[in-house]
Write a protein that binds this ligand. Structure first.
Ligand SMILES: Nc1ncnc2c1ncn2[C@@H]1O[C@H](COP(=O)(O)OP(=O)(O)OP(=O)(O)O)[C@@H](O)[C@H]1O
Length: 456
């Protein structure tokens, strides 16, 4: 029994009866009707997969025009209906016309039961795969939305960020290859995604590949895919990331970490715009937008011979250089407030703002880990804070002139050194005062006095 519902429309009662008697033996449900005028009601009340439609209804009509009209009508309700037309012998031209208009197949009247069954069972397979594709498309688009939700919008209004955003707007709609340079945590991935979001490929996949995590063996199978049997574990054919990103954007992160042999392989794919799966010889065309990023000095690496100049030229049609967070002025406060509201929500804390001194501390710090470090600092502060405000000591930051984690400097005053040591001990013990005091050889009370004195 085939799991499909068939609707037969013909003005001839005998045909309806014989179709019903035969098809009932093979299909889930068989509906019949004499006039296509009943179509709307029937299709809205029943789950119909296949429509078997006669071409002529009015007395004496034989040109099939009615059939073509109703075919279009059915497909306008849902273009995925599978419609099979019944036509008289010698009317092949009409059948061709119908197929052009979207009919799946046609069958000659009077039919042979075997032929009718073969046509309808092929049609039901088509209908099943259409349904599957529709379902997968829905899953794909909701997964895509979930993936996109993970990305932050770019926060920042400082001159360098505004300038970069203008460049993004100009470059995103083109298919130009873009290289994003910047220290760790400056937001290279955020900018890469924004480029995708502003491009015409926005509804397709944004595929992030961390090249730094792919060793020599994995590189080709991950990026280019493989055929079944290409190596011991290749149990089935698998497309690579380039193929999977078809129509979308591929973001190759940490491109500066690629070895010279892998650089050569990547270059050849970018030049030919084709990939060949491991274990195959067939070349497959790729249509992806390329964005790359690194925190490494590619120009210096070219001079030293550790990065191929021809690969650099291929990837850097447009170059974006992201400034370190310390160069972004009051963006630090904008970003901090943005993270504050998101972590306050996450940890169910009613914290609303930074006290002014905390803002000064944020502005004075040198942010070696850039935006990512700021994000962690604010998360920790939200967890540690007790009131409605984040105070400076919640941030657990050394002001800039102490050089963060730098060793003690000899030009520091005694007081500064003492403050630094107290702060370090508190950091080391993650705010546990008893342990920090023990480490410093102080009583808890003595440590509290110093915390108050230094306003930590
Ligand atoms: N301008 C920004 N606005 C909002 N969030 C940002 C911004 N820049 C960075 N972030 C956030 O900071 C974190 C680090 O950003 P991202 O991963 O894009 O940096 P990266 O330069 O790619 O880092 P790495 O070089 O270590 O891979 C992320 O959580 C990101 O959402």
């Amino acid at each position: 029994m085939i799991d499909a519902n068939v609707l037969v429309i013909d003005d001839d009662d005998d045909i309806l009866l014989s179709a019903r008697l035969f098809l009932k033996q093979h299909f889930n449900q068989v509906l019949t009707c004499k006039s296509p005028k009943e179509l709307n009601v029937l299709l809205s009340r029943n789950e119909v997969d296949i429509v078997l439609l006669d071409m002529n209804y009015q007395k004496g009509a034989s040109d099939g025009r009615e059939g073509l009209y109703w075919l279009e009508h059915i497909l306008s309700i849902d273009k995925d209906y599978v419609v099979i037309l019944m036509t008289a012998y010698g009317n092949v031209e009409l059948a061709v016309q119908a197929i052009k208009k979207g009919a799946t197949d046609f069958i000659l009247k009077p039919w042979e039961n075997e032929k009718l069954f073969a046509t309808l069972s092929a049609a039901s397979k088509l209908r099943q795969s259409n349904k599957k594709i529709k379902k997968l498309e829905k899953i794909h688009s909701s997964l895509q939305k979930d993936i996109n939700r993970q990305f932050e919008n770019i926060v920042g209004t400082s001159d360098p960020i505004r300038h970069l955003q203008n460049t993004l707007i100009k470059v995103a709609p083109t298919d130009a290859n873009v290289l994003i340079l910047g220290e760790n945590g400056t937001g290279k991935q955020v900018f890469a995604y924004e480029m995708h979001r502003l491009s015409t490929r926005r509804n397709q996949l944004f595929m992030h590949v961390d090249l730094g995590s792919l060793n020599e063996n994995l590189f080709e199978s991950e990026l280019f895919g493989y055929a079944k049997g290409a190596f011991t574990d290749a149990k089935e054919d698998k497309p690579g990331r380039f193929e999977m990103a078809e129509g979308g954007t591929i973001f190759l992160d940490e491109i500066g970490n690629l070895s010279l042999p892998l650089q050569a392989k990547l270059l050849s794919v970018l030049q030919n715009r084709t990939v060949t799966r491991l274990g195959e010889s067939k070349e497959r065309k790729i249509n992806v937008r390329l964005i790359t990023a690194t925190n490494m000095p590619l120009n210096e690496m070219v001079a030293k011979g550790t990065f191929r100049q021809d690969l650099l030229f291929r990837i850097n049609t447009v170059e974006l250089l992201l400034p370190g967070l310390a160069q972004r002025g009051t963006d630090i406060i904008l970003l901090a407030s943005h993270f504050l509201s998101s972590f306050a929500g996450k940890y169910h804390k009613g914290i609303l703002r930074f006290e002014p001194k905390a803002e000064t501390t944020l502005l004075n710090y040198h942010w070696p880990g850039n935006v990512r470090e700021l994000q962690h600092v604010i998360e920790r502060a939200v967890i540690m804070s007790e009131g409605q405000e984040i105070v400076s000591s919640d941030l657990q930051l050394m002001p800039n002139r102490f050089g963060g984690n730098a060793p003690l400097q000899t030009d520091m005053g005694l007081e500064e050194m003492e403050k630094l040591m107290v702060q370090k001990a508190i950091d080391k013990h993650k705010g546990n005062i008893s342990r920090a005091a023990a480490d410093l050889g102080l009583t808890r009370a003595a440590l509290y006095r110093r915390i108050e004195k230094f306003d930590l």
